[in-house]
Each structure stands twice: as structure tokens, then as C-alpha cells.
Design a binder for this molecule. Sequence first.
Ligand SMILES: Nc1nc2c(c(=O)[nH]1)N[C@H]1C(S)=C(S)[C@@H](COP(=O)(O)O)O[C@H]1N2
Ligand SMILES: [Mo]
Length: 312
Amino acid sequence: MSRFLSRRVLLTGASAAAATAMLGGCDRLGNAEWFKRTLKTGEDANLFVQRLLLTERTLAPEFAEADISPVFKPNGTEDPPDKGYKALAKGKFAKYHLEVGGLVEAPFRLSLAELRTLPARTQVTRHDCVEGWSAIGKWTGVPLADLLTRAKLRPEARFVMFHCADTMDLGGDDDGEDDGATDDSGSQEEAPAGNANPNMAKQSGGGESKKDSGGQQASEDTAASGGSPVRYYESIDLVDAFHPQTILAYEMNGQPLPVANGAPLRLRLERNLGYKQAKYVMRVEVVESFAHIGEGKGGYWEDQGYAWYAGI
Ligand SMILES: Nc1nc2c(c(=O)[nH]1)N[C@H]1C(S)=C(S)[C@@H](COP(=O)(O)O)O[C@H]1N2
Ligand SMILES: [Mo]
């Protein structure tokens, strides 16, 4: 808790400093290209500036090999039902390719073998799921920064999306919209099996679920057929994307990543909660905004009302 408080104090300080700079008409800052770009999105950008200034290089704790948990509990999807994925898994992912594209100058795709030839990072870190369990694992993979640098971001780039292989539901229904995130009573209802706990990660806005209960509809693309697959997805900002511990991991505890934990490739985004750690990553897409993707909140669980920023 004290860590959280001191962080808050720091952030408040930064906010005041930024406000002072702006009130003072600091032209040098105001003219910087990146600063203008950042300010375009208002409050959201304020968070971005604060994090860029203060937390960019903060590393999550790393542990010794002796600390590795004997079992790393799989959670959420453990065996994607999708035909395409099953075929890839059957062939030991020899035909898998990671695609990197979107707002980049040089999109590319890489096989698992090619990814394994790139400079790798190994880290022993603790994973915290909002359901209330943690596990320490050793992860090896390619720093996301290297892949993004190779792809060359365009100036409009703001977020990185991770598109996953696993279908969560078949669209067309909207259950889950009223599943306990409908009031602010703070009651400790049980988290559904395999799900994050909404009470711990709810968006601060609060009005969200009320708006939804007044006639929430399935998204346009699924309403007609009642069944286009909704796949797991996630998004992060560029601060997290270029963080040195942000890797796309193909090994866990010195072994090829098991299917249950996201084979062949999963995101490790240390300093963030479990649901940000996208498994079964097929495509990395650089975007300016995620408003047009899914329900527009930046991730599968975010679309159900959980916080987009899940830093710990
Ligand atoms: N594609 C995909 N990624 C996912 C999930 C999922 O269901 N599908 N579950 C998330 C949640 S809530 C957690 S806690 C972690 C679990 O990772 P693990 O299975 O390696 O324990 O994956 C996250 N990433
Ligand atoms: Mo989780």
C-alpha cells in the first residue's frame, strides 16, 4: 500500500509541475513534436506524460531461480478451441508466424524459429492475477522494443494491440455485461471461475454499467449473425511497449511455452496484472486509437469493465 501511496504522491507532483509549465507558456515544451502529439488526447495524455517522466525505467522485481513456483497455474483459456490454432499446435507451431503491422513503416512476419534467433531476454518474475493468486516463473523471449524498432513506428503510433488465437465467446450475446459490475456497493461477490475479479479492477468512471443496462446491444458486426468469434485481445501504451521487461516469451522455466500458458508466444508485461499478459499472440498491431477495436475499451476484459491500465 505504501508503494501505491508514494506513487500517487509522485504522480500528483508531476501533474502540478506539468500544469505549471503549461500555465507559464513554456514554448519549448509546447513546440516539441512528441509533446503536441501526446497532448492531443487530453487527460489520457496527461497520464502518458507522467508515466514517461517518472516510471519509464522502473523495473519489476526479479527473483532467483530457486524462487520459481513448482507449478505455474494456467488461467483463462488453457486450450484454444479454434481450428486454426489446433492445426498449428499439432504441427508443433512450425507453421506459426507472428505478424507485426499497423502504423509502421516496415511490417513483417517471423516464424518461431526466426524469433528464437533474435537477441533474447530472460527474467524470473512474479505474476499476479486479480483473482488473488500469484506465481513466479522464468520467461525467455524477444523484447517487444526490438520488434517495434525493426518495424519503425509511424508518428501517429500510440498503442500496441495484441491479437490472440483463442475465441472467448461467439459474439451476438451480451451476457457478462450485468454480471456483478453493475453497482458500486463494494460487495465481495465471488469471481467467476477463470475470470478476473471485477471489484479489484473496475474502471473509475462508474457510470459505465448503467449506460450499458439501458439497452446495451451486441456490437454491430456480431448482431446480425449472432456469432462471429470474439477473440482475446489486449493493448498497451508505448511506455509499457518499450519497457525493457516487456517481452514476447516463447519459453517458460527453460522449456518451450506450454499450450496451457500461451504457446507458442505470449506477452510478459511485468508490473502489470495477469489479464494484460496476452497468451497465444498471433498479431501485433500498432494503432493510434483502439476505439474501433472490439467494444473499444482496449482489451477483452476491459470490454467487460475492467481497468485498461492495470499497473501494480
Ligand atoms: N489469450 C489469452 N490470454 C490471456 C488469458 C486468456 O484467457 N486468453 N487470460 C489472462 C489471465 S486473466 C491471466 S491471470 C493470465 C494467466 O496466464 P497463465 O495461464 O500462464 O497462468 O493470462 C492472461 N492472458
Ligand atoms: Mo487473471
